[in-house]
Design a protein around this ligand. Structure first.
Ligand SMILES: CC(C)(COP(=O)(O)OP(=O)(O)OC[C@H]1O[C@@H](n2cnc3c(N)ncnc32)[C@H](O)[C@@H]1OP(=O)(O)O)[C@@H](O)C(=O)NCCC(=O)NCCS
Length: 231
C-alpha cells in the first residue's frame, strides 16, 4: 500500500510551521465583519465572525460561525460550531426572512432595523479558557462560564457555569473539571490576564494544577470579572 507523506506535495521549505503573533491570524477563506480580535488569535478556514469580539489566544477551527458574541481569552472552538444562529420572528404571520431582509425581495427600500436590533441585543458570552467541541450550537443569548467544556454535538440552550462539562441536546452539566474549592481558586487567579512576559515566565506552571495552586492559589477573589461570564 503506498504511503502518502503529504498531498498535494509542498515544495521543500515552502511550508514553515505556523507561527502566531500579536497580529490576529486569519485564514484567507475566513470572513470578518465589524469585530475585534485579540493578539495570538487564529481564525481557521471558512470561519465567519460578525459583530463579535475574540480575546487573546482564542482560536476558531474551520467552518465556525459566530455572530453577536463576546469571547474571552484562551478559548478553543472546534470545527463546525455555530454560536448565535439568528432566530426568526415566530410571532409574525410568516417568519420568513423577507419580513426583515426587505430590500432583496423588493418589499421596501430599508431593512427592518428593529428586528435586527432585537437579534443583536441577544449576544452570546463565552468566558476564558472555554473548550467547545466539534459541531456545537450555542443558542442566542446564552452564556458559557470560564473554563467550561461543551461536548461535541451539544446544543447549548441554557447558561453553563464555570468549569462545568456539559454534553448533549439540550446540553446538561454532567460533571465539573475540578471540585468547587479548586474552581474558586482558579477563578481568583485570573491567570488569563497575565501579560505576555508573565505568561512566558510561568508557562510551565499552567501544566501542573497542584503546583499552580500552591504558587498562585491564595490570590484574593476578584471584585469584578473582566470577561463575559454567566450572570
Ligand atoms: C465532553 C467530553 C470532553 C467529555 O469527556 P470525558 O470527561 O472523558 O467524559 P466521559 O466520556 O466520562 O462522559 C461522561 C458522560 O457524558 C457522555 N458524553 C460524553 N461526551 C458526550 C457528547 N459529546 N455528547 C453526548 N454525551 C456525551 C458520556 O456518554 C457519559 O455519559 P454516561 O456517564 O451516562 O455514560 C468529550 O466526551 C467530548 O465530547 N469531547 C469533544 C471532542 C471534540 O469535539 N474535539 C474537537 C477537536 S478540539
Amino acid at each position: 500500500m503506498p504511503f502518502i507523506e503529504e498531498f498535494p506535495p509542498a515544495p521543500p521549505g515552502s511550508r514553515p510551521a505556523k507561527r502566531l503573533s500579536e497580529t490576529p491570524h486569519v485564514h484567507p477563506t475566513a470572513t470578518i465583519r465589524r469585530s475585534e480580535l485579540g493578539g495570538w488569535t487564529d481564525i481557521g478556514p471558512q470561519c465567519s465572525v460578525s459583530e463579535s469580539s475574540i480575546g487573546d489566544y482564542s482560536y476558531l477551527a474551520g467552518q465556525v460561525s459566530m455572530v453577536w458574541t463576546d469571547m474571552g481569552k484562551f478559548c478553543s472552538i472546534a470545527a463546525q460550531t455555530r454560536i448565535n444562529p439568528g432566530n426568526h420572528p415566530t410571532w409574525r404571520v410568516t417568519q420568513h426572512h423577507a419580513t426583515y431582509r426587505r430590500i432583496q425581495y423588493g418589499f421596501d427600500t430599508v431593512e427592518d432595523a428593529d428586528f435586527f436590533r432585537w437579534r443583536s441585543d441577544h449576544r452570546c458570552a463565552i468566558g476564558h479558557d472555554v473548550w467547545i467541541g466539534h459541531g456545537v450550537t450555542v443558542i442566542a443569548g446564552r452564556k458559557i462560564g470560564i473554563g467550561a467544556v461543551i461536548g461535541s454535538g451539544a446544543v447549548v440552550t441554557r447558561d453553563i457555569p464555570p468549569y462545568a462539562i456539559a454534553v448533549g441536546v439540550p446540553a446538561r452539566v454532567v460533571k465539573f473539571r475540578f471540585p468547587p474549592d479548586v474552581v474558586e481558586k482558579l477563578l481568583a487567579t485570573q491567570w488569563w490576564d497575565w501579560d505576555r512576559a508573565t505568561l512566558e515566565e510561568r508557562f510551565k506552571d499552567l501544566l501542573d494544577l497542584e503546583g499552580f495552586l500552591r504558587k498562585y492559589g491564595d490570590t484574593p477573589a476578584p471584585h469584578s470579572a473582566p470577561a463575559p461570564t454567566p450572570e
